[in-house]
Design a protein around this ligand. Structure first.
Ligand code: SF4
Length: 112
């Protein structure tokens, strides 16, 4: 391989990597944005949902009869993945639904 061929190979490799990065950055941004939009669009869990009833979920943690820690609510629960400041967010225990940040259920576990 002569030096001209080597230079062209290096340029070609650089262009391939640059092209891949150019496509990857918007794709990652789009996927992240669509996932955030999806979380906001989740239907709200209702208190009369069968699983919610079984786990004693309430939208207002202060109304939870079994709550021992008065500071516990969904916003500070290990299973909650809603963004700070939003009223409702996803919970791993209720997939496909959003729960109130001020809610509570008997699976509550303190977020680390
Ligand atoms: Fe709220 Fe946690 Fe119960 Fe989910 S598991 S509903 S975040 S208290």
């Amino acid at each position: 391989m002569n030096s001209k061929t080597k230079v062209w190979d290096e340029r070609r490799n650089f262009m391939k990597k640059a092209g891949t990065a150019t496509l990857a950055v918007p794709a990652v941004w789009y996927l992240g944005k669509s996932r955030m939009a999806h979380a906001e669009d989740l239907p709200k869990l209702t208190e009369d949902d069968a699983t919610a009833v079984a786990l004693k979920y309430v939208h207002d943690a202060s109304q939870a009869k079994d709550r021992k820690d008065p500071t516990s609510d969904c916003a500070n629960c290990l299973h909650y993945t809603g963004a700070d400041g939003v009223e409702f967010g996803p919970c791993a225990i209720f997939p496909g639904k959003s729960v109130s940040a001020k809610g509570w259920c008997n699976v509550w576990a303190k977020k680390a």
